[in-house]
Write a protein that binds this ligand. Structure first.
Ligand code: 4AD
Ligand code: MG
Length: 464
């Protein structure tokens, strides 16, 4: 008999129909006369209830129906007598496809997230991780749909690269060299000429530089791929391997860039509210009671747009008024998460786009303002998250860009192709990067970035 997904069973009202469902047992309870089995197949957060009359089934078979076991069940779809579900299945045939031994780590309710991280291979079978993964999928679809409908080309940038886009030196090297037998020159530098690519290569920290090549030919592109950062940040917001979405648009200035970022992120939030109701309601109940309210708030309100210099003034006022930050506030500093969250959560109570940062704390490619001190950077700061998007208008002037590359000691030999865009028909252009997992954090209300990606990569962790 053909299997029906549980999501479709629960929507169906074809009572009396014979059906087959397959899935994993969440719970079994019952009396001497009748067993109730809650079965889940991942198609929805909701379980279907299987009603099994004990006399109709072999006692040895029912004993194998334990939490975590995998079943195939045939039966009749009936209207439920119980509260909380509309349809259930009166079982006629139960087959145990996979028994589950008593050590199954996911059987107890209320396990800590830390415990579940250690069992990331099985945590996907819990309600919370099912909900998070379905929302993650939906966000990926929403992103592709948004850009496709707005005429952007999905552009694939390389994962192995010889340039450090952000210039922060936080790259994982890629090599086929024998690390036990490294050749070095007189100065102690490793000779990469006989390495696979004939030069030093790494995993990319961002697809932006190649994305700019795409945008200055195709008009508007976006990337959506894995990026890697070897920064030793053990925080609930950082991963060593994360996914990033990077739109890049020719002829957009910083204001167009802000409009795009705001419209795009609202589209994603709206998509979640429209397409992930059951999962959001579950998370709202179990994880964060303000989640749905916060999503609606972001949708309905304009983001505050503020210059860095004015942001610093607000933070300095707060310090004068007695607010204590861990890190001191002064013009020129990079904002810490506590500063970002103060502006968003306490001062404006609204998402904030902060622009025009000091050039010293931003990447070489950002367009320089006439003041000689700031660049046309923009960070989108979100409640609970802090920085969710980082972007800028790009420096399109060849001489200014070259000067900045020299000032910042960026190896020129790796940059010739990037500079060529400014020699051959340069144009104003802008773009940004959205951290996919930070978006998922926001949309799910989860607290730790390790819990919104199936198999997180962080310092000292590469299990599974
Ligand atoms: O601000 P970042 O470093 O900007 C760039 O990489 C630019 N090249 C983007 C562009 O203009 N095309 O990173 C962009 C976003 C951050 O705002 C954050 O959401 C996310 O990527 N991000 C991380 N997410 C998880 N773990 C990390 N270690 C992250 N580092 C950045
Ligand atoms: Mg940033």
């Amino acid at each position: 008999m053909k299997r029906t997904k549980i999501i479709d069973i629960l929507r169906s009202q074809d009572y009396g129909q014979s059906v087959c469902v397959k899935g994993w047992v969440r719970t079994r309870r019952g009396s001497k006369a009748v067993n109730f089995i809650a079965l889940n197949d991942g198609s929805t957060i909701k379980n279907v209830q299987i009603v099994a009359d004990v006399e109709k089934f072999d006692a040895d078979l029912l004993r194998l129906v334990t939490t975590g076991a995998c079943l195939s069940v045939e039966g009749t779809l009936v209207q439920s007598q119980g509260v909380g579900q509309s349809s259930e299945i009166q079982a006629t045939k139960i087959e145990v496809l996979g028994t589950c031994d008593a050590e199954y780590p996911m059987q107890k309710k209320g396990q800590t997230f830390e415990f579940m991280r250690q069992h990331a291979h099985l945590r996907l079978r819990t309600n919370t991780f099912g909900a998070v993964m379905r929302i993650r999928h939906n966000m990926a679809i929403a992103i592709h749909q948004y850009f496709h409908e707005h005429g952007f080309v999905y552009f694939h940038t390389p994962i192995i690269t010889a340039s450090d886009c952000e210039g922060a030196g936080e790259m994982f090297q890629v090599t086929t060299k024998n690390l036990y037998d490294l050749k070095k020159d007189e100065e102690g530098h490793i000779d990469y000429s006989d390495d696979f690519f004939g030069k030093m290569t790494s995993l990319t920290v961002s697809g932006q530089l190649e994305g700019e090549l795409g945008a200055t030919a195709l008009g508007a592109i976006y990337t959506f791929g894995p990026t890697f950062r070897a920064e030793n940040s053990n925080t609930p917001r950082h991963l060593a391997e994360f996914w990033m979405i990077e739109p890049e648009v020719a002829f957009n200035d910083i204001n167009d860039n802000m409009d795009l970022a705001e419209d795009f992120i609202k589209h994603c939030v709206r998509w979640a509210l429209d397409n992930c109701q059951d999962d959001l309601e579950f998370l709202n109940k179990m994880i964060d009671p303000t989640l749905i309210e916060r999503l609606n708030f972001v949708l309905e309100n304009d983001f505050v747009r503020l210059k860095y210099t004015d942001g610093i003034k607000i933070l300095e006022e707060a310090v004068k008024g007695g607010h204590k930050f861990e890190f001191p506030v002064s013009w020129g500093m990079d904002l810490a998460s506590e500063h970002e969250r103060f502006l968003v959560e306490q001062h404006f109570k609204c998402p904030v786009i902060l622009t025009d940062y000091p050039k010293e704390i931003k990447a070489f490619y950002m367009k320089q303002n006439d003041d000689g001190k700031t660049v046309r950077a923009m960070d989108v700061l979100f409640p609970q998250i802090g920085e969710i998007i980082g972007g800028s208008e790009r420096e399109e002037n060849y001489d200014k860009l070259l000067q900045r590359i020299k000032e910042m000691d960026i190896p020129m030999k790796d940059m010739w192709w990037y500079l060529d865009t400014r020699r051959f028909g340069t144009c104003p252009h802008s773009g940004f990067g959205l951290g996919f997992e930070r978006l998922i954090l926001f949309v799910t209300g989860m607290q730790n970035i390790r819990d919104v990606i199936p198999f997180p990569r962080t310092p000292k962790t590469a299990e599974f």
